[in-house]
Design a protein around this ligand. Structure first.
Ligand code: SAH
Length: 339
């Protein structure tokens, strides 16, 4: 609940409205793990809350730390037993957390491990927040950036995502600037328009991965629903409404989308658009036989874009030694449970 919803709720419980502020601060400021920790509230009141409401906490079922760069990968378990992955990364400009928005995913991208078993369920706003809160508690460090790039398609869980962003950036909570929040989508066009109209300052990342419809369709089923042309119109609308530059994610797969022609076609899409291209060497997953492009090809691809005056970076890889592709930690636990 937002603070104003919580205030109305307290009134409905015949409680003083300042209780709402106290509770909200415990939950979203002090990151309490339950009502029992809210020690300046009366025991009666805490019990009443415990009887009336669910309190979302995540248990860390697995934690892996990279020996290379200190990146940590967490597998969190929620009350119903469902597990999701979240990653903590340290950069010079601050700590970044990558969260999941769904348990599983129904988008079916061919190179992605998160979608292999389909969608189990949406995560609630609290479950998305709790990934950031639990990591803050466990690391003891402040999180300055949040990217919704873990398992799931955030725009397929639209209302919960929006509430999550509201609460995460709320001044009475962790107050993470919307400019430091990135939402990545495989390209759900109607939701991209909706998001543009929300008046938010978040960054939108579009998983493009191919510059022609035909190639994109072979990698991402969603491309059969929305053409690149429709996607670009939605991106332009987003950039115009928000003034925010779009980030195009492009995972380089050997022999699939990494030729000079691919680079030219991508340049044509990115040209004269308020955008930035992020090249990602694909993470191979064992269920598929995609191979990442070698360093020389990646450099050549980048050079071609630069020559065409496109804003481009190669994503720095973090936690390579603990990683495997996105979704693999969760999947390995699910498979182990099934044995
Ligand atoms: N569903 C959203 C967000 C989750 S995926 C989306 O599609 O954007 C986050 C990013 O990781 C996306 O760009 C996705 O395409 C990419 N990704 C998934 N599997 C990958 C892999 N094996 N190697 C490299 N990038 C991958």
């Amino acid at each position: 609940m937002t603070l104003s919803e919580l205030t109305a709720e307290m009134e409905a419980l015949s409680e003083k409205s300042f209780r709402a502020k106290q509770c909200y601060e415990w939950m979203h400021g002090k990151l309490a793990r339950g009502f029992s920790e809210m020690t300046n509230l009366s025991k009666d009141f805490r019990e009443k809350c415990g009887n009336n409401y669910e309190y979302t906490v995540a248990e860390a079922a697995d934690v892996r730390e990279s020996k290379v760069d200190g990146t940590k990968k967490f597998l969190f378990r929620f009350a119903d037993g469902n597990m999701v992955e979240s990653v903590w990364m340290q950069y010079k400009h601050g700590n970044s957390v990558c969260i999941s928005s769904q348990a599983g995913c129904r988008m079916g991208c061919k190179f992605c491990a998160s979608t292999l078993d389909g969608l189990v369920r949406n995560l609630s706003p609290s479950e998305m927040l709790e990934q950031v809160y639990a990591i803050t508690r466990l690391t003891g460090e402040r999180v300055s950036n949040v990217v919704v790039m873990g398992t799931g398609e955030p725009l397929d869980n639209y209302d919960n995502l929006l509430r999550f962003i509201q609460l995460l950036s709320d001044e009475n909570g962790l107050h993470i600037s919307q400019r430091n929040i990135t939402v990545s989508t495989c390209g759900l066009v109607p939701e991209m328009y909706r998001l543009a109209d929300e008046g938010l300052q978040i960054t939108l990342a579009l998983s493009l991965h191919a510059a022609t419809d035909e190639k994109r369709k072979s990698l991402m089923p969603i491309a059969s629903r929305y053409s690149i042309n429709e996607l670009m119109k939605a991106c332009d609308y987003y950039a115009k409404k928000t003034g925010r530059r779009i980030s195009f994610e492009y995972s380089l797969i050997d022999g699939v989308n990494d030729t000079e022609e691919d680079a030219e076609l991508l340049s044509a899409l990115a040209k004269r658009r308020l955008c930035h291209v992020n090249l990602i060497p694909v993470n191979p997953i064992k269920e598929r036989n995609f191979i990442r492009s070698d360093t020389k090809k990646i450099e050549a691809f980048k050079n071609k874009l630069e020559k065409n005056k496109i804003n481009v970076t190669i994503r720095r890889e973090m936690g390579r030694d603990i990683d495997g592709a996105c979704g693999q930690l969760r999947r390995s636990h699910i498979l182990m449970q099934g044995e």
